[in-house]
Design a protein around this ligand. Sequence first.
Ligand code: PEP
Ligand code: MG
Length: 845
Amino acid sequence: MVPHSECLEYKFTCPLPNGLHARPANLLEQVVSEFRSTISLLNLSNNKVANTRSVLSMVGADIKEGDECIIKVSGEDKETAYKELVRFIKNELSGCDDALPETAVVGDLYIPPVLAAADVSFYTGMPVVAGFGRGKVVHVEALKLPANIAGSTVDDPDTEIALLKDAVTRLQAEISVKLKSPAVSAMEKEILGAQYSIAADEELVKFACDRISGSAVNAGTALLNAFEHFSAILRDACSELIRERIVDLQDVCSQLLKMLYGSCGSDKIVLDGPSVCVAENLTPSQFISMDKTHLKALATVNGSSTSHVVILARSYGIPTLVGVKDACVGLSSGQEVFVDANYGLLVYEINEKVERFFALEDRMQSCHEEHLSAYVDKTASSADGFTLKVVANIALAAEVEAAMARGAEGVGLFRTEMLFMDRSDVPSEEEHFAEYKAAAEAADGKPVTIRTFDIGGDKEVACLDLVSEENPFLGYRGVRIYQEYETVFKSQVRAILRASAFGKLKIMIPMVTCVDEVIYVKGVLDSVMEELSAESVTFDADIELGVNIEVPSAAFIIPQLAEYVSFVSLGTNDLTQYFLAVDRGNKQVSSLYQNRHPGFLWLVNNIVEQAHSCSLKVSMCGEMAGQLENLPLLLATGIDELSVAAPAILPIKAAVGEYETSLCRDMLDKALKAKTVKHVNDILSEFSTQNSEKPVIQVSLVDLDADCINKPEVIKYVCNVLFCDRRAANAIDLEKDFWRREAVYSTGLGHGIAVPHCKTSFIKCNSICVLRLKQPVEWESLDGEPVDMIFGMTIKDVEQAGNAHMRIFSKLARNIMHEEFRDTIRNLGSEQAIVEYLFEKLELA
Ligand code: PEP
Ligand code: MG
């Protein structure tokens, strides 16, 4: 302690493990605010000086644990201020830094060994749309000024300063009100508290006001300048906690802009080459405005697999990661990056090994896409000529075009609830009409089934004043609420009918329990038709009406329903929960939520039978329809149509041809008699194994000139070959199983030969992939020698597999002992010769 005649100084060492981040800075600022003296803080380790009345300024001084600091106090109440500050620093500062709550959970992270070997840095995120893309970073600005405001100068800076200060005061008042609300959680309070202190930050407001008076810019521009200035300071900080404050700063500035100008102008984003779009949050309109031919991937800090923009990205097949915490802060515009939404990575350091990794990913994706693209315009047809229609589930009209491009033969479920979400008023008839007309036109004559709004249950909306219920899934939802909200319902029906003049629309009623509900809807439909006719409005008078079978009681009155409707669609998400009495969203009972329960399969089969005997078309639009492993069970029922998320369309269309429906039927008959789900799964798995029977080794599994530079590349290459030969549904799970085995012991058997292998549920049939490497690679072999011949062996993990893999493995091992075998396998001139030789030596015939 060195008292000074004019200035009192106190030297201390920062005791905070995470440095002086926003929370302790905020508390220090509160102490300071009690006094009138000038109080500054000097970080001796970097000579940065901070104004203690500004949290941003203090955080920007980048004070880390162990840094020596001096607090300097001068002014009329310096003695009392000094005493209080010393007391606070000695007694309280170190206690200001409790562990913060965990931030984004990204799920199980698996770093592909090829990339781990590349020794580069990357960000992680949660993959919500699979695939990978490469492009230049385009930051989507969270803060944007309306076009007429941006860049304009002002004649009267004082008025502009007053406007800015008024916005700050209003924002502070708004946050204070929220802080007092009992509904606000402790965590939210902490965030609001941080925002309040930023909104009240002296330096922030001063910087913006100085910009206005110094350069005659408008308040919005000054605010953007202040944001850029302070976020650059925070970005330089070493502590992650400090860097995270940029999010709060951005939030506060964006709220201030809204206070100044209302909602901000155009959201159009221009991309002029392959781009990876990086944003804190992205709005659907921003997404829609982007040229999708240039948009290679998305990485956002916030968002979830069900956010609107992710739903859109999925239907356009844009690889997407959410929860990429540092993406906005750490990446510069124009920087080249890879987003791998198969593994959940954003790689921003690119070296030769990274290029090789992505070349492997690219080849795999291309071969997959090439295979699927053949089915875009084809109708799915089984080996014995049964045709199955495959259509799309959508939630926004903007998805239709992308779904069509991905093979959809129409839309089987348009969930219209989305139109009601995130708003305080109900959508007008015109809004409904615009959406349905757009969908009808984009479908270009193909049918679009619009499900009238299914609100209630877990789908809460603020614009209908529904009271909360103890058992929402068994309560007031779907068609049950239409009579009370008849005006809202009628306006939707009017809009659908008006839009029916622009394409082929159908109407589907959600949550039907009994015939009376259908009679009611039909009554509304008839009366709306009369109204429209009276108004001379054109519509499709023969529009088809159908029922979403989601409640078991409806499944047992199909003949009665058939008097009023022309199709049914199985909503298996709800039907499963009601049939098995298992809440679809309750994790504690999720193991009981099984649509391969033999009783449920019986129900599905029975619904199709009943509906067909009443000449009704049958579709299925729940998640069960999109799970490829269920396809043989569903084909067996003779169902007419599956309605699935866009990415599932082509894989289903491609797979239908692999089955004979008569054989599927025999398998279903067995499954219906099964006692347990496990038994059903075994029957299904055995059937799939027989159905996808392929030779253990064939020419497509042999590469005599494989270009791999290390063991991780070899294993990934083997998995990719198996995936491209459609022996594995995905290469990553297979890769993990190979590495699990490799972790136990190295599979380098000596003599330059390695036999990586695994027994795995991710392979459809037993397979051996043979690679002759261009260059030997290190494998930690028994004899310490590098390897140049690879036998990648996968055995299907089913009960009947027994010790098949050990049999093949030991035969292979015995052969490897012989020089003659080794020489022959190294010198045979063609893939076919290798296949024949191995068939003989391993007695595979
Ligand atoms: C269903 O229940 O299967 C269905 C398609 O409806 P949602 O998932 O919208 O409830
Ligand atoms: Mg449902």
